[in-house]
Design a protein around this ligand. Structure first.
Ligand SMILES: Cc1cc2nc3c(=O)[nH]c(=O)nc-3n(C[C@H](O)[C@H](O)[C@H](O)COP(=O)(O)OP(=O)(O)OC[C@H]3O[C@@H](n4cnc5c(N)ncnc54)[C@H](O)[C@@H]3O)c2cc1C
Length: 400
């Protein structure tokens, strides 16, 4: 099979790229292949919420609307959130030192939407198929890249492409096959995810409390359930996972400072080890990395998917600017994309790491710094407005 672009990994990032290339980069949909071994299934209407959800910024929601994907999602399973409260465990949740972001204050209707990863991925892949983009339910086994082409061995199928894109997540086989080194660090934490219900309505608010053992986020879902992302140092996470549900709920309610009253689990619990990763290169002749294959950060900022979507917008824009008849695998456009994204992604990773270092761990100085830092931003209306506008635009970092 010969194509212009073979995208390895049809997660949210890879599938969005396929649609963007066909829409914006002068690449025929029939000349794009997405290789994704796992079938993505949309959750059934009325079924319990999936454990993996993402906060999608208004800017990226507009991107997905423009690709014909957002409005095809089941709206009854999506929650928009209008405000976000962030605070440190050393202050009570009603303290003036709580950092409060309000969409209304920045003139935005909301700060973003919480959507189930499966639902979004399934709809993206469905849209790809509708557009005539080839979906191969296979796994990349061997990749060989030379000056003329990239050759992908999928076992049953062999694909020859002008450009191969690694959108295959943190353990990227494409990155390994290219011999691209990645700087990586274990945060020594696990993120516990689950669905919960409080005694009080979340009122369209997302909450994040920084504890010395790691941050706890409560993300609003429709009908007053919340999705939790509770990052905790490994030992603490193991203990929390081993607890009986009732004991876990008591710990969770205490960790949330009771902002929604007593919290009850409405799902099982799952956990993900947290690592940071940064590929040393994004672009090679005929090969490029996007999304988690290129960079992974701590989920405390809720930016992984959003950063990946920014990557693919930049890659599609760089390919759209290539001279007529130039191959999509030519290095110049891929380097333009790398220049546009790599430094910015590194800055986001460094900022998120500093927040993790500042907030996770004990000590009076750390608590004071964390509290004062937040209070300083909190007291400045222009700073808050600026951050909200950046976040709403889907920007994980202020653009030049
Ligand atoms: C607990 C938690 C909460 C998070 N919350 C948020 C949030 O609120 N907002 C946000 O923006 N981000 C969030 N993130 C980050 C986000 O989940 C990731 O950044 C995002 O899923 C990365 O998308 P991706 O498509 O690059 O990679 P993945 O989602 O990992 O997709 C990679 C795809 O490649 C496929 N694949 C793998 N190997 C191969 C192979 N050899 N051949 C073919 N296909 C292959 C896989 O099947 C998979 O479908 C969170 C992360 C965690 C851990």
């Amino acid at each position: 099979m010969r194509v212009d672009v073979a995208i390895v990994g049809g997660g949210i990032v890879g599938a969005t790229l396929a649609l963007l290339l066909a829409q914006r980069a002068r690449i025929d949909a029939a000349r794009i292949a997405v290789i994704e071994p796992m079938p993505a299934v949309s959750p059934l209407h009325g079924s319990p919420f999936e454990l993996r959800v993402s906060a999608i910024s208004p800017g990226n929601r507009a991107l997905l609307t423009g690709l014909g994907v957002w409005h095809a999602l089941d709206a009854s399973r999506i929650a928009d959130y209008e405000r976000m409260l962030v605070w440190h465990e050393s202050v009570p949740p009603d303290s003036p030192d709580v950092l409060r972001f309000d969409a209304a204050e920045a003139g935005e209707p909301d700060l973003g939407s919480i959507v189930e990863n499966n639902a979004l991925q399934a709809q993206l892949l469905h849209r790809c198929a509708e557009q005539g983009i080839g979906i191969l339910h296979e796994t990349l086994r061997v990749l060989q890249v030379d000056a003329d082409a990239a050759t992908l061995d999928l076992g049953a199928t062999q694909v020859v492409a002008e450009l191969v894109v690694g959108a295959d997540g943190a353990a990227s086989a494409v990155r390994s096959a290219l011999g691209v080194q990645a700087d990586s660090r274990d945060y020594g934490q696990r993120a516990i995810v689950a669905t919960v219900r409080g005694e009080r309505s979340h009122g369209g608010t997302a909450w994040q409390r920084f504890l010395s053992t790691g941050p706890l986020a409560l993300l609003p879902l429709p009908g007053d359930e919340c999705s939790i992302v509770w990052s905790a140092l490994n030992e603490r996470a193991d203990a929390l996972l081993a607890m009986e549900p009732r004991d876990f709920e008591a710990e969770l309610t205490a960790a949330s400072a009771g902002v929604l009253g007593a919290l009850r689990l409405t799902s099982r619990r799952a956990a993900f080890p947290l690592r940071r990763l940064a590929a040393q290169h994004y672009a090679r002749q005929r090969a490029v990395l996007v999304g988690d294959a290129a960079h992974v950060i701590h989920p405390l900022a809720g930016q992984g998917v959003n950063q990946g979507l920014e990557d693919v917008v930049a890659l599609a824009a760089a390919l759209a600017l290539r001279p007529a008849r130039e191959s999509p695998g030519a290095l110049a456009a891929l380097r333009r994309y790398e220049r546009e994204r790599r430094a910015g992604n590194a800055l986001v990773a460094a900022t998120v790491d500093s927040l993790d270092l500042l907030f996770t761990g004990s000590g009076a100085l750390r608590a004071w710094l964390a509290r004062e830092g937040m209070a300083m931003v909190g007291r400045s209306a222009p700073a808050r407005r600026f951050l909200v506008r950046q976040a709403a635009a889907g920007r994980s970092w202020p653009h030049r």
